[in-house]
Ligand binder design. Structure first.
Ligand SMILES: C[S@@+](CC[C@H](N)C(=O)[O-])C[C@H]1O[C@@H](n2cnc3c(N)ncnc32)[C@H](O)[C@@H]1O
Length: 269
């Protein structure tokens, strides 16, 4: 399966980063799913599920009677997710190796969700068309994605500016859009969804994981940044050290990217 468009380290280390990201995102993602209309009994598709944290929540939200299919292109993350689902005794979930840009899922779902996946795809419109086809008429789509232009910090920090610059350039070079967030409503409408709505989420803080996710992400994109020739490993090591120092300083403020949520329905007719 082709993973060359994806700039963030996969496998076990990538899964550990996603665990932190999922803890940060959990409250707003669950709110989004409630607002979009998730209910017990539904069949849900989680696209690009990563380590499966949100898929586990989905499986609990649709119980009793509902089920979740969670897809991913990274087999190592899928294996970890299967083991964790078993350990958490979640039985109404199935993890599948599938690329949203290529593989059709021959099933009808009530709800399809994707978080931080469309940003990495050269043609997110094609993925959304596949997601629409995977829904029954009247089924719900909910997506969440980033706008890297929303990053901010106080006081000004050169390492944060350089990180935003390197992340942005590298995602673009691999064909993605690091600022896809505000495009989501139009992308959903263009893919044939109706009753499209949106919401903006911005997280920032003075301590904890909301700040640490920035140096952790810099470490996890280093390989792609170096491979694309945007920085040397030596420069990245310096940026990572500065970002950790900035994140651990209780008098500094550091945000995450701006997040845009969008949701809608597949038309009934
Ligand atoms: C930033 S991670 C987000 C993971 C998870 N959705 C979350 O929010 O915790 C993006 C995930 O999408 C997966 N991915 C990338 N391209 C994909 C594709 N074409 N089809 C399915 N999954 C893909 C990556 O392997 C990665 O695990």
């Amino acid at each position: 399966m082709d993973k060359s468009h994806y700039i963030i380290r996969g496998g076990v280390e990538g899964r550990e980063r996603l665990r932190i990201l999922s803890r940060l995102m959990r409250p707003t993602s669950l709110d989004l799913l409630q607002r979009a209309g998730i209910r017990p009994g539904m069949a849900c598709l989680e696209v690009g599920c990563g380590g499966g944290d949100l898929a586990f929540d989905l499986a609990r939200m649709v119980s009793p009677g509902g089920r979740v299919v969670a897809t991913e292109i990274d087999e190592i993350k899928l294996d970890i997710a299967r083991r964790e689902a078993e350990a958490q005794q979640i039985s109404n979930i199935e993890f599948k190796l599938a690329d949203v840009t290529q593989d059709e899922l021959e099933q009808e779902f009530d709800l399809v969700h994707a978080r931080f996946v469309l940003t990495h795809l050269p043609t997110p419109e094609h993925a959304l068309t596949r997601m629409r086809r995977a829904l029954r008429p009247g089924g719900i789509v909910a997506v969440e994605d980033i706008d890297f232009r929303g990053y901010f910090c106080h006081p000004d920090c050169g390492a944060v500016r350089r990180y935003v610059d390197l992340y942005t350039q590298t995602v673009r070079r691999r064909g993605g859009d690091p600022n896809i967030g505000p495009r989501l409503p139009a992308l959903l409408s263009g893919a044939g969804f109706e009753a499209v709505q949106m919401n903006v989420v911005q997280q920032a803080g003075t301590s904890g994981e909301v700040k640490l996710i920035t140096p952790i992400t810099m470490e996890n994109i280093a390989e792609a940044v170096v491979a694309e020739g945007f920085a040397s490993q030596a420069e990245i090591d310096e940026i990572v050290a500065e970002l950790y120092a900035f994140a651990r300083n209780p008098s500094s403020v550091l945000s995450m990217p701006r997040f845009v949520e969008a949701w809608g329905r597949r038309p009934t007719a």
